[in-house]
Design a protein around this ligand. Structure first.
Ligand code: FAD
Ligand code: TPP
Ligand code: MG
Length: 580
């Protein structure tokens, strides 16, 4: 890819007379924005028209959902705020899935939409949609701006709200006349001061003492590491805490990467598709120390049956999360980094060897049932393909997954060593996330070896973004885990609907031919022995490569806990003899 030449940053002094559209770019550049993901239309054209004067690279998506997922992938990979831009009406409504995705996973975004001119609001004008009304429940905050003078303050506040406290998406809807109007842009005067918003919390001293007593007195403690550890950049402190106390670590899906996969204290992912030994450790623990995770129902199973023997400490920045899903003994409200810094000097290096040995024992028994240890029967299973992707990339790739069975197998069979090396949609789980989010991730981290791991169903939801991939010249490799069906839903049909597979088989196009229409190299992979060479060849190729990996349809993600069941009611993979 030839990088777009950068223009020098604006050197204007404040206050400066500008149009509202120029004020948008002035704000973005001063916020340090380098990339904006968007799609133009009439109501946002004044903003597009002034864009070339500013040193921001615009990525033209093929659909506004894709633009928002790109901004989200950019934010999750790089740690900044992602920015997406769209026109009014259909442009804005197409953003909704992407915004809801970011909201559920606390991803910091600023989405800017054009709106019809203020005099037309409420008249059902052409492409008028009340997007602040539509997105009220799926944004951390939103604004309707009808005056050019308000653009600066609204955007500065939007960035502040998006990135502070519990991060999240903020939408700023700007009328066309506000974009065209004149304003006096004063950066300093626009400093954010949202009334009633207090993102900084510190835990109470009594709660800290209580937590320390529980930690230092427990025999079977477990750290549960969530996405908040990554958002709060507390990975190093978590490692120091775990090593000092020799407490084993379980991760939520979104916590994967926050603790090194190969660390001896790492257990892996917990939850409805968590590894058996992790869930058993949860159920047998006498203390759960939950760090930046929100006890999602996919993590706890039936809440009343969750970790029944354990006292619980919850370190969480959002007070609304304490006692929301699972009652806890101590809530430490604050940034996980600050809380760990407070706790660390006073935690005792206790001996937990008996507890660790017990977990190891459960792990050994469970591993014997792992599909990786089954003899090769000539079939290619998705778990094999993902395990080989891990081997061939040395565990160092930045993997962006879609939603479904392949997502769970990736979490189980790709061992992530580094933080922000797995990007996946956990809370909303929209199919179609992976390819656009991977494009955003690659633009945020150009040196990363980025792989989109995506189902054959989900790929077809946003495959138009192959056009963006080519236009941007980014090297993102794509592994389609092609099982010929909507696998995760088929699995539910297999277990709970009498194997009546209605509406889950897929008739797919030839993805390799499709890739070639975009000028992308495509390769069919049909045998287990072909996975590693195909991944290595993709890495060596100067451009994106799409692997169409044809895997068995007949397979399920194990272990599996049925919705509403406790974590101790895991359905386990049958032994190989039982499958034959
Ligand atoms: C098909 C499918 C299957 C799934 N199965 C599983 C499964 O088996 N196991 C599993 O774990 N998940 C699973 N998930 C994902 C699950 O739905 C949730 O998205 C996930 O568990 C949430 O993880 P989290 O709580 O760590 O992250 P988030 O939902 O992002 O929550 C992060 C929490 O950290 C807090 N926080 C943010 N910043 C800070 C900070 N600086 N300091 C302190 N706190 C902070 C936030 O307020 C929030 O409460 C599945 C998803 C799908 C789509
Ligand atoms: C937009 C959207 N629609 C429907 C679903 C429900 N759903 C969850 S997983 C899944 C099947 C995914 O199939 P595929 O992409 O082929 O992945 P696989 O499970 O086969 O690995 C469906 C339909 C969803 N998560 N997102
Ligand atoms: Mg599929």
């Amino acid at each position: 890819m030839t990088p777009k030449p950068r223009r020098p940053a604006s050197r204007r002094r404040s206050p400066t007379p500008l149009t509202g559209a120029q004020a948008v770019w002035e704000c973005l550049t001063r916020e340090g924005v380098t990339h904006v993901f968007g799609y133009p239309g009439g109501a946002i054209l004044p903003v597009y028209d002034t864009m070339p004067a500013y040193p921001v690279h615009h990525v033209l998506a093929r659909h506004e959902q894709g633009a928002v997922h790109m901004a989200d992938g950019f934010a999750r990979a790089g740690g900044g705020v992602g920015v997406a831009l769209a026109t009014s009406g259909p442009g804005a409504t197409n953003m909704v899935t992407g915004i809801a995705t970011a909201m559920m996973d606390s991803s910091p975004l600023v989405c800017i939409t054009g709106q019809v001119s203020s005099g037309l609001i409420g008249s059902d004008a052409f492409q008028e949609t009340d997007i602040t009304g539509v997105t009220l429940p799926i944004t951390k905050h939103n604004y309707l701006v009808t005056d050019a003078e308000e653009i600066g303050p609204a955007l500065r506040e939007a960035f502040y709200i998006a990135r502070s406290g519990r991060p999240g998406p903020v939408l700023v809807d700007i009328t066309k006349d506000a974009q065209q109007g004149a304003c006096t842009f004063d950066w300093d005067a626009a400093a954010p001061k949202p009334p009633g918003y207090r993102p900084d919390h510190r835990p109470r001293a009594a709660d800290v003492r209580h937590a320390l007593d529980l930690i230092n007195g427990s025999a079977r403690p477990l750290l549960v590491v969530g996405h908040g550890v990554i958002l709060g950049e507390a990975e190093g402190l978590v490692k120091a805490f775990a090593e000092r106390t020799t407490i084993p670590v379980a991760m939520t899906l979104l916590g994967i990467g926050a603790f090194p996969g190969s660390h001896p204290l790492n257990l892996g992912m917990m939850g409805l598709h968590g590894e058996a030994w992790v869930n058993e450790a949860v159920q047998q623990a006498d203390l759960i120390i939950a760090l930046g995770m929100r006890f999602d129902d996919r993590v706890t199973g039936k809440p009343s049956a969750f970790a029944p023997q354990a006292r619980k400490i919850h370190v969480e920045i959002d007070p609304a999360e304490i006692n929301k899903n699972v009652p806890v003994d101590v809530g430490l409200i604050g940034d996980v980094r600050g809380v760990l810094e407070t706790l660390l000097p006073d935690v005792a290096p206790n001996d937990h060897s008996a507890w660790l040995a017990r977990i190891d024992d459960i792990r050994r028994q469970a591993t014997a049932r792992g599909i990786q240890n089954f003899e090769d029967d000539g079939h290619l299973y998705a778990a094999h393909a993902i395990h080989d992707l891990w081997r061939a990339t040395g565990g160092r790739a930045l993997v962006v997954t879609d939603v479904g069975q392949h997502q769970m197998w990736e979490a189980q069979y790709y061992r992530h060593e580094a933080t922000r090396s797995l990007i996946t949609s956990g809370g909303l789980g929209p199919m179609g996330f992976a390819v656009p989010a991977a494009i955003g991730a690659k633009l945020a981290r150009p040196d990363a070896d980025v792989w989109a791991v995506v189902g054959d169903g989900g790929f077809q939801m946003t495959m138009a973004e192959l056009g963006t991939l080519v236009q941007e010249g980014v090297k993102v490799n794509i592994a389609i885990i092609n099982n010929g069906c909507l696998g995760m839903v088929r699995q539910l049909q297999e277990f709970f609907y009498g194997a009546r597979y209605h509406a889950t088989p897929l008739v797919n196009p030839d993805f390799v031919t499709l890739a070639s229409a975009y000028g992308i190299r495509g390769v069919h992979v049909t045998e287990r022995s072909a996975v590693i060479p195909a991944v290595e060849a993709a890495a060596a190729h100067d451009g994106p490569v799409l692997l169409d990996i044809r895997v068995e349809t007949e397979d399920a993600v194990y272990p599996m806990v049925a919705a509403g069941a406790g974590l101790d009611q895991m359905i386990r993979r049958p032994a190989q003899e039982a499958i034959r």
